[in-house]
Design a protein around this ligand. Structure first.
Ligand SMILES: Nc1ncnc2c1ncn2[C@@H]1O[C@H](COP(=O)(O)OP(=O)(O)OP(=O)(O)O)[C@@H](O)[C@H]1O
Ligand SMILES: [Mg+2]
Length: 464
């Protein structure tokens, strides 16, 4: 598309380019160019700098905004470096000085712009594939969901993710970010349930040096820090009512002022919020502002609970077996039928996270190359302990709260098992899987060390 107000120049340029095999559209100013983009697909826009109405830079900026896949080349009459620089800043991929006498170079620039665009496309789709490889699932429900994620990634609009605890909300939020045009920018998460009320403003807006006692240097708020990236507002349903107007204000005005600061800073971050609550109910009860809800919930993704996508359970189980196996040098090749049956029938109140835990614990105990049903610690039929959810205070790291339900001996055994596997793997990894050296570091005889490895089914990850 040629955008130039000078009829003569534009038409002769168009003729030349047609002769060279390009399909050419013409627009006499920025407005006409933007109109054309609404109905036509344009690979490259060649935009003249000096035009009445909108200047070339502004036209380029708007074209890039309206149609990110259109590459822009600026035409200037007097190769001014600052014009060129400004054009590149506005999103142009190149510039050229009039009059166009070096045709081979000019067409080369156009072809290069198209090439760059195609490369960007390839990169984006490769990245998307990569992200979706990390998101395990093949059930119809899950496929619907990934299609949605893919669709939504293309828009720069807020996304609202709902799903039960452990269903993959954060994982999905990251996938949205990673497959969006903001993927090169930061992904910053804030747990809205965990920020103390008096710290909300600081978290959102940041502060200037000296804004309050202890503010010994300037600190950016989360929206500022996430410029060109994504802010993930986790557990949004648990956000205290008193903090909600502050967030609403950011979303409405799309700018923040640091505490103690003067100047508004433009917010350029995509908002992805998630909650395990039914926020509509909270709106009804008055514990969540309706206006905020509608600001956040523009595009909605509802992650189905694991029990509604049972076909994904074996896939996920094998996925976790592989991940843990690689990490801890266990070479489990299969999960037996009975184990798969139990896994598929179980209710998974805490969804994928719970499945991950169950597999991880089984992998610590497994000896051979098959994960059998007796290794799965599913609280089958047993009533969940009253303390479920919150770990008892003072529990040592790595200690599973469920082990506390067992008697002393059984509990100790589980803990030791867990400890031994981690200890051995740590020693082995630090020596590049040199058993002699690892045993030495552990103060053990090599045969003894090997015996322990065998008992706990540990072998070098790439060895069978
Ligand atoms: N589709 C998936 N493929 C692979 N791993 C997954 C998938 N979904 C979830 N997981 C894993 O399950 C665990 C829980 O996921 P995540 O933290 O995203 O859930 P959540 O919904 O945010 O949980 P919570 O409600 O507790 O905050 C993570 O370890 C995550 O990597
Ligand atoms: Mg989460």
């Amino acid at each position: 598309m040629l955008v130039d107000d000078d009829d003569l120049v534009r038409k002769s340029l168009a003729r030349q380019l047609c002769r060279q095999g390009f399909d050419v559209l013409q627009a006499e100013d920025g407005r006409a160019a933007l109109r054309t983009l609404e109905s036509e697909h344009v690979d490259v826009a060649v935009v003249d700098l000096e035009m009445p109405g909108m200047r070339g830079h502004e036209v380029i900026r708007r074209i890039r905004q309206a149609s990110p896949r259109t590459e822009c080349v600026l035409l200037t009459a007097h190769g001014d470096a600052s014009d060129a620089f400004e054009a590149l800043n506005a999103g142009a991929s190149d510039y050229f000085t009039k009059p166009i006498d070096d045709w081979p170079r000019f067409t080369q620039i156009l072809k290069k712009a198209i090439e760059v665009r195609d490369l960007k496309d390839q990169l984006r789709s490769a990245r998307q594939e990569q992200n979706f490889q990390d998101l395990i699932g093949r059930s119809p429900n899950w496929r619907k969901l990934t299609a949605q994620i893919q669709d939504f990634s293309a828009y720069d609009l807020p996304v609202f993710i709902t799903g039960e605890s452990g269903s993959g909300k954060e994982r999905v939020a990251r996938a949205i970010h990673a497959s969006s045009s903001r993927s090169a920018g930061p992904f910053l998460a804030v747990n809205c349930a965990a920020v103390p009320e008096n710290l909300w403003e600081d978290k959102f807006f940041g502060h200037e040096k000296g804004a309050f006692n202890g503010a010994d240097r300037r600190q950016a708020g989360i929206f500022e820090a996430a410029t060109n990236g994504t802010v993930f507002l986790d557990e949004i349903g648990d956000m205290p009512v008193s903090a909600q107007p502050k967030l609403l204000r950011v979303l409405q005005e799309r700018e923040v002022v640091r505490l103690g600061g003067q100047h508004p800073i433009r917010v350029n971050a995509r908002i992805v919020a998630a909650t395990h609550q039914d926020v509509k109910v909270n709106v009804g009860k008055g514990s969540f502002r309706e206006d905020l809800y509608y600001r956040l919930n523009v595009l909605e993704i509802a992650i189905p609970p694991l029990r509604e996508r049972k076909e994904d359970i074996p896939l996920l189980a094998y996925h976790f077996v592989r991940v843990f196996g690689e990490e801890y040098g266990k070479t489990v090749k299969s999960i037996d039928r009975e184990a798969l049956r139990l896994l598929t029938e179980y209710e998974w109140k805490n969804n994928v996270r719970e499945l991950e835990h169950v597999i991880t614990r089984a992998m610590v105990r497994v000896r051979g190359d098959t994960l059998a049903a007796d290794l799965l610690e599913l609280p089958g039929g047993r009533r969940a302990p009253a303390s479920s959810g919150s770990a008892p205070v003072g529990l040592p790291a790595g200690m599973d709260p469920e082990w506390m339900e067992l008697d002393y001996k059984a509990s100790k055994e589980k803990f030791l098992e867990w400890f031994t596997v981690h200890y051995l793997v740590m020693r082995l990894r630090s020596t590049g899987w040199n058993i002699t050296r690892a045993a030495e570091l552990a103060g053990q005889q090599r045969p003894n060390f090997k015996k322990l490895m065998k008992r706990y089914g540990i072998s070098r990850p790439d060895e069978d």
